[in-house]
Each structure stands twice: as structure tokens, then as C-alpha cells.
Design a protein. Structure first.
Length: 111
């Protein structure tokens, strides 16, 4: 279930990057920047190099927030989601899990 939740979170980050990144066309000043946004969103959907792609998405959304002057709840929430994916990782349903193996955090009981 945690892998499915992380997959949904990656989809949410990718979609919010595309929606927020192109909302006011603040950062998308050329075709190449739009292509970079699409590449980062595609990497997030596949779960390939997820922490790096999510960090780039976080920086892109931060750039939109700073350059456009928007400080609404939706943009802050998508910025927070990007940061969570950076810290948590891609999850079980990703290319990263197949390439690098799944990481399982086991907490020992306190004594």
C-alpha cells in the first residue's frame, strides 16, 4: 500500500509541476524550458532518478512562486509534496526500485 501511495504522490507532483510551472508562463520562456519541465514530469511518472527529478520540480515550483508573486495554498502544497518525494523516495512501483533495489525501513521496538 505504501508503494501505491508513493506512486500517486509522484503523479501528483508531476501534474502540479506541469500545471503550476506553465500557469503564468513565468519560467517557460522557451521551448527548451517547457521540454525540461516535461522531462522532469516524465521521470517522476516513471520513478527514474526520482529524488533528483523531484528536487528539480521543487526548485521549479519555488521559482514560479518567487517570480510570479503567487503564494496561494495550492502552490505551497505542491512545493511541500515535491519536498516529501525528495525525502521519502520513489516507492516500490518505480524504475529506481528495480534498478537499485527496494529500501525497507525497519524500526526496532524501544526497550
Amino acid at each position: 500500500m505504501a508503494g501505491a501511495a508513493l506512486f500517486i504522490l509522484r503523479i501528483s507532483v508531476a501534474l502540479s509541476l506541469l500545471v503550476d510551472g506553465t500557469a503564468h508562463w513565468v519560467l517557460v520562456t522557451s521551448f527548451w524550458i517547457l521540454l525540461a519541465f516535461l522531462l522532469v514530469a516524465f521521470l517522476l511518472l516513471l520513478g527514474f532518478l526520482t529524488p533528483y527529478a523531484s528536487a528539480i520540480a521543487c526548485l521549479g515550483q519555488l521559482g514560479v512562486m518567487l517570480l510570479s508573486g503567487r503564494h496561494d495554498f495550492h502552490l505551497l502544497l505542491s512545493l511541500l509534496n515535491s519536498g516529501v518525494v525528495v525525502l521519502v523516495g520513489p516507492g516500490a512501483y518505480s524504475i529506481d526500485a528495480h534498478l537499485f533495489g527496494r529500501r525497507l525501513l525497519v524500526l526496532s521496538p524501544r526497550r
